[in-house]
Design a protein around this ligand. Structure first.
Ligand SMILES: Nc1ncnc2c1ncn2[C@@H]1O[C@H](COP(=O)(O)OP(=O)(O)OP(=O)(O)O)[C@@H](O)[C@H]1O
Length: 259
């Protein structure tokens, strides 16, 4: 079931370095939100704090609140592994387990969560997840072949199938199309459009046309200079960010004057 995310006064650090400062943002359920901004402004860093993925980076930590339907994912006793199965992530480079079959790749997250399911349930889940990722028709006759035998675009959709197999509430995507050709990119963009019927989707992208095509709302992040923290400058309907932003920095960025 899709859930909302509310972030309050979030700072993110790498050791002593304050990488992202003072983010407040409210992301609605069943919506697509794009994060845009120049390189180094902290988009990926901030994205990772939405499912505690930054905690796997030594020295990285966050202060503030991230509420998933009102429950703080940083609350006492909250298990980060549970958080990550509720808030899934798809990365820049498709990363299926190369020697694992397509079928086992889809089931990898479910097995990681120690969920015991029958063969029949597993078959149904594999089909449903691959259907959900718009990949079923292309792979249904070779489910036992390795995931690495797929094209880059298919591998990325396999990773999306793996992410949705655990039935998360939210899907975070960090530049999911940057390693893909234009046709695969379109396939993933179409898929993002469909995913928002069931999930809350947050996508980091360098491609402003992509942000305009896929997202309902856009968050523009910026950085005042090297060594300074990234900040959320403006968050609004995507059409407002691209056509009528309230901040000059946003206008300069979306019109290509910097970044
Ligand atoms: N693992 C890390 N250790 C230390 N500093 C890091 C680490 N990852 C990122 N940073 C720093 O945090 C800041 C934000 O980086 P981040 O990758 O989040 O920006 P970004 O907006 O996603 O950039 P890009 O668009 O180039 O991917 C940068 O100054 C970066 O050097």
């Amino acid at each position: 079931m899709s859930k909302r995310i509310d972030v309050k006064d979030l700072n993110v650090y790498y050791g002593n370095f304050l990488a992202v400062e003072g983010v407040n943002i409210n992301i609605e359920a069943k919506s697509v939100t794009a994060f845009i901004g120049p390189s180094g402004c902290g988009k990926s860093t901030f994205l990772r704090t939405l499912n505690r993925m930054h905690e796997v980076i030594p020295g990285a930590y966050a202060k503030g609140e991230v509420l998933l339907d009102g429950a703080d994912i940083y609350g006492a006793g909250v298990d980060p592994v549970t958080v990550r199965s509720n808030i899934g992530m798809v990365f820049q480079r498709p990363n299926p387990f190369p020697t694992m079959s397509i079928r086992d790749n889809v089931l990898a997250g479910v097995k990681l969560n120690n969920k015991r399911i029958s063969k029949g349930e597993a078959d149904a889940l594999v089909e449903k997840s691959l259907q959900g990722a718009n990949l079923w028709n292309e792979v249904k006759d070779r489910l036992d072949k390795p995931g690495s035998g797929l094209s880059g675009g298919q591998q990325q959709r396999l990773c999306i199938a793996r992410a949705i197999a655990v039935e998360p509430a939210v899907l975070l995507m960090d530049e999911p199309c940057s390693a893909l050709d234009p046709i695969s990119t379109l396939a993933v963009e179409d898929l993002i459009n469909e995913l928002k019927d069931s999930y809350t989707v947050v996508i980091v992208t360098h491609n402003m046309q992509q942000a305009a095509r896929v997202s309902d709302k856009t968050a523009f992040f910026n950085i005042a200079g090297t060594g300074k923290p990234g900040k959320l400058i403006e968050f609004a309907e995507t059409s407002t960010i691209f056509n009528n932003p309230s901040q000059k920095a946003t206008e300069d960025y979306v019109s290509g004057r910097f970044g």
